[in-house]
Design a protein around this ligand. Structure first.
Ligand code: CAO
Length: 636
């Protein structure tokens, strides 16, 4: 066992950089390369990985602290002494580059076939190929993205090293690659993706020492990008600026980058305007600078073989001189969202659109917890029925503090009530409902039923209007099979059922349950009455099984014993129709020559208009009311 101190590695010369996120806690076990914390300059955010594997024993910084290279940030207890990676040494951050490639292949004749190899990936090995951007036969321009790689810290696009035609692609999504691996073959110039453009001084010669001179400030090395758009001009003629102040912001299709002043001075003339397209060497502005100060040119990162060479794709520099690499730039793939690469990766894995996530970090930076909370909230809302989860965009009903208005008691909903709520929301929102109303004349039915009362009592059966309605609905489902269907989940088919199972909504102490009576069309009235009584008892005793409530073709919901003229029943998916029964009443009915008192039963038929059209419903309803009005028809 040994305690290793982890220090801030070389962060491209930046000093007093903000700690914006601590990613581990004391006691956590970390592996080499696990993110320990996130630092942020005013231009970029970067994750600092652990250089050893072990247990975090102390965290020497807190969020909001400012750190510089060499500051001790963590202590980690490692197995078996110091780690070979030398945590105590000032190792470069993982995203920092390996040394400059020793040699570059000489450009080949433009038409010759050349291998394309994976360039320096800043030391990363076995990096995932997450996207192949070209196909064999594609004509590409130099710099066009060929593939996208992803480490756990960054995603990087590997650009075409030259203009030409793709002859073969040796990689597929999911492969793992390291520097030097063959990506494919193309016709064209250079054979290797330009991992690093050699540092060049593209600026005007330094003025002689002493006095002042006017210098033309050119666009520094921007990683080989050509025609980068000027999206912001941060200076005006007459401005006094310091070294490192942003002059302009450029944007390629891979990154946006701030171009810093190479030295302090006074802006004499701004040579560009927004929308201009610039390449390395193009004049940005003219500046009056004092003495021979740092030769105007490029910022330090490009003029020196700075440790920080970017992975091939996105080389540019920040004002601090630290490179804008795919590992530390927060603007990749032109998204406006302020988030680091690890957060972007997590969002991609979870299918989260980062634009919808509210960042809780400094300057609204989105961190991993924000992404996780976003997902948790969606899942919770969906499970509670608050959200439609189908993306219908219906705003949630705002929470209300009812206690402000009087005494309240908050009572926990039973599991069944919550399930019912979920089902109701799901069915109401998914099914385009149509409801039709009609009154069925049950005068004869009631006379018949009452005539059977004595017999029912003798049999020990309870004969309410409901078994009659079951029988009548079964007959209507047989007569109008368009009601005995379900929508197939593929959205392309209808499932036509050849059986007739009918559910009945039962009010129980635990909530509303819908047990199903099987083969209603095959059963007689007494059998239906007994089955119904038995299943209602089972429901009210809390003894229904899941199977008792499955397989229904249609539902009857009766509030007849309770009262009311009518209500809108909600279809019980995957069924496509439901009958709502209200309280029968004696009403005057015109028989063609006079009003006669008839016992009228208000019925409401709701149906899924995706599966059933109005004419079908009209036929079904007419048949049903006719059968209810004259139960002898059931014999036909
Ligand atoms: N009109 C007039 N009287 C009616 C009637 C109607 N539509 N339906 C039933 N009655 C009478 C019965 O005949 C019985 O009287 P008698 O004993 O004199 O015959 C009395 O009302 C009580 O009936 P019941 O309630 O015991 O039996 P039921 O078969 O009518 O209903 C059941 C059983 C389980 C459907 C019912 O008790 C129930 O739980 N309904 C709730 C349904 C519900 O909550 N649905 C959700 C609505 S919103 O979607």
């Amino acid at each position: 066992m040994a305690i290793e101190s982890i220090k801030v590695p070389d962060i491209g010369g930046s000093e007093n950089v903000d700690v914006i996120e601590i990613s581990v806690a004391v006691g956590d076990t970390v592996a080499i390369d696990d993110s320990l914390l996130v630092l942020e300059t005013d231009k970029a955010s970067m994750e600092i990985p652990s250089t050893v594997a072990g247990k975090v024993t102390a965290i020497k910084v807190k969020e909001g602290d400012k750190v510089s290279e060499g500051d001790v940030i963590f202590e980690v207890e490692t197995e078996g002494g110091a780690d070979a990676s030398g945590s105590d040494k000032e190792e470069p951050v993982k995203n920092e580059p390996a040394p400059e490639p020793e040699s570059k292949a000489a450009p080949a004749a433009a038409s010759a076939e050349q291998d394309i190899t994976i360039p320096d990936l800043g030391g990363s090995e076995n990096v995932d190929v997450i996207e192949i951007c070209v196909a064999v036969g594609d004509e590409v321009s130099e710099g066009d993205s060929l593939v996208v790689l992803e480490t756990d810290k960054a995603s990087l696009e590997i650009p075409a090293p030259a203009s030409g035609k793709i002859v073969s692609i040796d990689l597929k999504e999911g492969d793992k690659v390291s520097q030097g691996d063959k990506l494919g073959v193309m016709t064209g110039g250079a054979t290797e993706a330009p991992a690093e453009t050699p540092a060049e001084s593209s600026a005007a010669p330094a003025p002689a020492s002493g006095g002042s001179s006017v210098e033309v400030i050119p666009v520094p090395d921007i990683g080989g990008s050509e025609g980068a758009a000027v999206i912001e001009i941060s200076i005006s003629a007459g401005d006094e600026i310091d070294e490192g102040d942003t002059l302009i912001v450029l944007e390629t299709d891979k990154a946006s980058m701030e171009i810093p002043a190479p030295s302090a001075g006074k802006v004499v003339k701004v040579s560009v305007k927004e929308g201009d397209k610039l390449s390395q060497g193009d004049a940005i502005c003219e500046m009056e600078v004092e003495s021979a100060a740092p030769a105007a040119p490029a910022p330090k990162a490009e003029s020196a073989p700075q440790a920080a060479s970017a992975p091939a794709a996105s080389t540019a520099t920040t004002s601090s001189g630290s490179p804008v690499t795919a590992d530390n730039v927060e603007v990749v793939n032109s998204s406006d969202v302020y988030a680091g690469p690890a957060v972007r990766k997590l969002a991609r894995q979870l299918g989260v659109d980062l634009k919808k996530v509210k960042g809780s970090g400094p300057r609204s930076r989105v961190n991993k917890d924000d992404v996780r909370d976003y997902v948790k909230n969606i899942v919770a809302d969906s499970q509670s029925g608050k959200s439609t989860a189908g993306g219908s965009g219906i705003p949630a009903i705002p929470a209300v503090d009812f206690a402000k208005f009087g005494e309240i008691e908050t009572v926990k909903m039973s599991k069944i009530k919550k399930l019912t709520a979920d089902n109701m929301v799901r069915n109401w929102l998914n099914i385009p409902h149509v409801t039709q109303w009609d009154d069925a004349d049950i005068t004869e039915l009631e006379a018949f039923r009452k005539g059977l009362k004595a017999e029912a009592e003798k049999r020990g059966s309870k004969l309410t209007p409901l078994p009659f309605l079951l029988k009548a609905c079964a007959a209507a489902l047989v007569a109008e099979p368009s009601f005995n269907v379900s929508m197939h989940h593929d959205g392309e088919h209808i499932v036509q059922k050849k059986y007739v199972h009918i559910g009945v909504a039962v009010d129980t102490p635990n909530g509303l349950m819908v047990p199903v009576i099987r083969d209603v069309d095959k059963k007689g009235l007494w059998e239906l009455a007994d089955d119904f009584s038995a299943i209602v008892k089972k429901a009210r005793d809390g003894k229904l099984t899941a199977a008792d409530m499955q397989g229904g073709c249609f539902t009857i919901s009766s509030l007849g014993a309770m009262g009311g003229n009518g209500f809108t029943p909600i279809v019980n998916a995957p069924e496509v129709a439901i009958l709502g029964v209200s309280k029968a009443q004696m009403k005057p009915v015109w028989n063609g020559s006079e009003f006669v008192p008839r016992n009228m039963l208000p019925l409401a038929l709701s149906y899924d208009h995706r599966a059933i059209n109005g004419a079908d419903a009209g036929r079904f309803f007419t048949y049903l009311t006719a059968v209810v009005a004259d139960v002898r028809r059931l014999l036909l």
